[in-house]
Design a protein around this ligand. Structure first.
Ligand code: GLN
Length: 199
């Protein structure tokens, strides 16, 4: 059974923990650099990316997290976590720091304000069983990707059609939406399988 850390500085840590445990992973909170040494994979939850980045810096986690990603260890970021894994942030706050790792530009709050949050079915490449329910809460989208990045999902309808909302680059996975809020564990199962070296 793999042990998967959930970065527990800010955001919806408990929801990710619950889903991971339903995927036969052991989930533990990570708040300190040493705790990174005890986990096989790491989830960066949704929340607020600027706050999360500031807390990561304050807890001396930014460099250990960059090292984690640089070493090719598995990491999954949802929403704010996707922003944290982006090499470049558009519409970030001034000097917004990220961990980086995925060769992409992510536009923060791209879909608009809180009231424009929405749900839509999202077909994710490689997942059996039909589309997942995408919950987008002040979500980012991926504006552009480098050639090592696989686009796993796009918005299918409306004026945002074609926007990239899920990506994978080797051991790094990111979604603009929040599968931890849906009761559908397939995205987390994909990540657990990546951690096990089976996906
Ligand atoms: N808008 C948030 C940010 O910029 C992300 C929102 C979320 O994680 N639901 O970090």
């Amino acid at each position: 059974t793999p042990t998967i850390g959930v970065l527990a500085l800010q955001g919806d840590v408990r929801e990710h923990t619950r889903v991971l445990e339903s995927c036969e992973a052991r989930a533990v909170a990570v708040r300190r650099p040493e705790e990174l040494d005890t986990v096989d994979g790491l989830v960066i939850p949704g929340g607020e990316s600027t706050t999360m980045a500031k807390l990561a810096a304050a807890f001396d986690l930014m460099e250990p997290l960059r090292k984690w990603v640089y070493e090719g260890l598995p990491c999954y970021g949802s929403c704010a976590g996707m922003i944290m894994l982006a090499d470049t942030v558009l519409d970030g706050t001034r000097d917004q720091q990220t961990i980086g790792g995925i060769d992409m530009s992510v536009r923060r709050n791209a879909f608009g304000r809180q009231v424009e949050s929405f749900e839509a079915p999202v077909a994710v490449r490689g997942l059996d069983g039909g589309p997942v329910e995408g919950i987008f809460i002040r979500a980012p989208w991926v504006e552009s990707v480098g050639e090592r990045v696989a686009e796993l999902a796009h918005v299918t309808r409306g004026e945002r059609a074609g926007r990239i909302v899920a990506v994978r680059q080797e051991s790094l996975l990111a979604t603009a939406f929040h599968p931890e809020l849906t009761g559908d564990a397939r995205i987390h199962q994909l990540f657990v399988d990546m951690v096990k070296g089976q996906a």
